[in-house]
Design a protein around this ligand. Structure first.
Ligand code: PMP
Length: 287
């Protein structure tokens, strides 16, 4: 099955999909996006992703777009791709208009969707954990809106790779640990989870939300609080969460070993619980 694209209502092989050069997503990053994973033919946390998409669209004063039509378009292309485990990328730009800063009048938002196989997390990352560096957060003040304006994230991720690590963690100029370049961040201290509260400085991750729900059900204490670099390095366990990474252990930060230097027990337990909730392991076990 070729990689598929949906462009404003039409599904086609991705090589045939084109966007006009006057798309405002291209000129101004005036566009929002979502990435949704599907396991064994079922999209995970679909409504939570649609909730966040609507929130992003509202925050940028896009005209209302029917939630049902977006849901149907995503379902259509996901089913057409017929992937067991697939990732759906959706991007909506404000529209196409000659380059000029103010919102253009009478333009239609451009909706593109692509779908492809989900990348497999390397086994070594799950078994040994990933290594990360910390970088100063130079992003704008509305990181809670999921826009395609991701250059600081791209630069930080590349800086991590160049340093021989796998990811970077943003720390505010005042010293507050925020999140990773495409994931939220959790630490474990004395069997309690800590994560950054929802503020305009981090993305409200859907996986973060699922994990908090799991913790409530399992009676695992969570504190949504600010913490600094020192607290991060002295944590018992550290992990990141995202639709792609799910729950991924972090075992080395800025060259220093975290906890016992290997993925911690709570991290591993939460990864298993999330996989079960996502319908990933259930079906594997049934096979
Ligand atoms: N933070 C940032 C900066 C991200 O880009 C992402 C993934 N898009 C996340 C957190 C995690 O969000 P989610 O769990 O919804 O994938």
């Amino acid at each position: 099955m070729p990689e598929l694209a949906y462009v404003n209502g039409r599904i086609m092989p991705i090589e045939e999909a084109k966007v006009p050069i006057n798309d405002r997503g291209y000129h101004f990053a005036d566009a929002v996006y979502e990435f949704i994973s599907g396991y064994h033919g079922r999209l995970f946390a679909f409504e939570a992703h649609l909730d966040r998409l609507e929130r992003s669209l509202r925050a940028l004063s896009f005209p209302p777009i029917s939630r049902d039509s977006i849901r149907e378009a995503i379902e259509k292309i996901f089913q057409a791709a017929a992937l067991d485990n697939g990732g759906v990328y959706l991007q909506i730009s404000r529209g196409v208009a000659p380059r000029n800063h103010p919102f253009p009048i009478n333009v239609q938002p451009q909706i593109i969707i692509t779908v492809r196989s989900l990348p497999e997390t390397p086994r070594a990352y799950l078994e040994n954990g990933i290594h990360v560096i910390t970088v100063t957060d130079i992003r704008w003040g509305r990181c809670d809106i999921k826009t395609v304006q991701l250059l600081p994230n791209v630069l930080a991720r590349q800086q991590a790779l160049d340093a021989g690590a796998q990811d970077a963690i943003f720390i505010s100029p005042e010293g507050v640990v925020r999140e990773a370049t495409s994931s939220n961040l959790f630490i474990v201290k004395d069997n309690t989870l800590q994560t950054h509260p929802l503020t305009p400085n981090i993305l409200p991750g859907v996986t973060r939300g699922c994990l908090l729900e799991i913790c409530r059900e399992e009676g695992i204490p969570v504190q949504e609080i600010f913490f600094n670099h020192h607290t991060l390095l002295s944590a018992d366990e550290v992990f990141i969460t995202s639709t792609v990474a799910e729950v991924l252990p972090v075992t080395r930060i800025d060259g220093r070993s975290i906890g016992a230097g290997c993925p911690g027990p709570l991290t591993q337990r939460l990864r298993t619980l999330l996989e079960t909730q996502a319908g990933k392991t259930d079906s594997i076990n049934k096979k």
